[in-house]
Design a protein around this ligand. Structure first.
Ligand SMILES: NC(=O)c1ccc[n+]([C@@H]2O[C@H](COP(=O)([O-])OP(=O)(O)OC[C@H]3O[C@@H](n4cnc5c(N)ncnc54)[C@H](O)[C@@H]3O)[C@@H](O)[C@H]2O)c1
Length: 355
């Protein structure tokens, strides 16, 4: 078992183990009630969790982004109210990033903050959404617009739960792992090499190692800059263009797929600004394509629209004032920012990821 410590808001451990027995007794004892939030796809896992005899309230929510809505949150608040949840009770999230996001926000908002535990079951949830204390739901005006910073008291990752995850969702999670390989000094890019998605999935110790490396990078960054005043922005490598693609394609592709194209885009931009070599841009393409991620807009419905992508980037919350600001690499493991970039420069990077 590996343990990674996060010291953001409070100190907590991310436990990564290939054979977790489902025992939550150490966290559940001394509580009167535990609420467990999960989507229908995770129902079979619920009986495997041990709560040491504490009363458990099961709260099933709709799958995916539909579950991250104000109406679902209202339902969850009502259930906590009906069941008399107090500040000393506990919320447990079991599911992908959508579930840890809403359950974390439920915990942040109930009685101004109660304890919660994240048990992520997707790769994106394990390496990204469950670590770092960002919680939230979607608004009709946009994704993740309503939220709070509220760290869990513990994160438990059992990579063996990924066996049932689709290849597409696994690859989308790998995009965030690869991002950590580019923005920080670690062994991620060597661990991936030129391996295919299948060969990575079949090698459970490699998967465990990749998760540990990515979680270590995320934990390090959020521990230094919990509320994203500057350093934490590096976790958004590839996300400015990625978010624009998601929006323009009306969220028809996975977040990780959009981030994959976004990383190639910003690598091209960095190369055009003389920050990195064309070989490093090619390395982005090779590693991302190697695990089956898209590296161009070609096949993405509705995304081939420069004006719409440009407007979406200008509105992205990582932009400051009226200028577009992007996280870029100066070398592997070192980030910089490209600020006040002209539309012409952005458009020429876009043209390099069109096909
Ligand atoms: N808070 C953060 O810092 C942060 C960071 C990154 C992403 N996110 C959020 O995370 C969400 C994306 O997360 P996601 O990709 O996990 O999406 P998701 O939660 O929608 O899960 C993807 C699909 O996988 C299914 N699934 C989950 N675990 C499974 C398993 N073990 N086997 C089979 N199927 C399984 C789910 O039911 C769902 O259909 C987005 O809403 C994003 O905004 C948050």
């Amino acid at each position: 078992m590996a343990e990674v410590t996060v010291t953001a808001e409070r100190e907590y451990k991310v436990r990564i183990t290939g054979d977790w027995r489902g025992d939550l007794s150490p966290w559940a004892s001394k509580r009167s009630r535990v609420a467990i939030v999960f989507p229908a796809t995770m129902r079979d896992l619920i009986p495997r969790i041990e709560f040491n005899g504490v009363e458990v309230v099961e709260l099933e929510i709709p799958d995916g982004e539909f579950g991250k809505s104000p109406s679902v949150l209202q339902y969850l608040w009502n259930e906590l109210g009906k069941n008399g949840f107090t500040r000393s009770d506990l919320i447990v999230a079991i599911g992908g990033g959508t579930v840890t996001d809403i359950a974390g926000f439920l915990a942040a908002s109930w009685l101004r903050g109660i304890d919660w535990i994240a048990i992520p079951t997707t790769l994106a949830g394990m390496v990204d959404a469950s670590v770092g204390g960002k919680t939230g739901i979607n608004s009709p005006f946009g994704k993740n617009l309503i939220g709070a910073f509220h760290s869990p008291i513990s994160v438990i990752i059992d990579p063996s739960w990924l066996k049932t995850l689709s290849d597409r969702d696994f690859a989308a999670g790998l995009a965030e792992v690869i991002k950590c390989g580019f923005i920080d000094e670690n062994q991620i890019l060597e661990l991936l090499g030129s391996r295919s998605l299948q060969s990575i999935r079949e090698d459970s110790s490699r998967v465990l190692n990749l998760i540990e490396q990515a979680v270590t990078t995320k934990a390090k960054v959020v521990s230094l800059d919990f509320k994203e005043s500057e350093l934490r922005e590096i976790l958004n490598y590839g996300h400015t263009f990625g978010h624009a693609i998601e929006k323009v394609s009306q969220y028809s592709i996975r977040h990780g797929e959009a981030v994959s194209i976004g990383m190639v885009f910003v690598a091209e931009l960095a190369a055009a600004h003389g920050l990195i070599s064309s070989e490093l841009v090619e390395q982005h393409r090779q590693v991302l394509k190697g695990v089956g991620l898209p590296i161009s807009l070609g096949a993405i419905d509705g995304a081939n629209n420069w004006d719409a992508l440009y407007s979406a980037m200008a509105l992205d919350k990582k932009s400051r004032g009226n200028s577009i600001r992007l996280v870029a690499l100066s070398e592997i493991g070192n980030c910089t920012r490209i600020e006040d970039v002209s539309e012409a420069d952005l458009k020429s990077a876009y043209e390099k990821v069109l096909l």
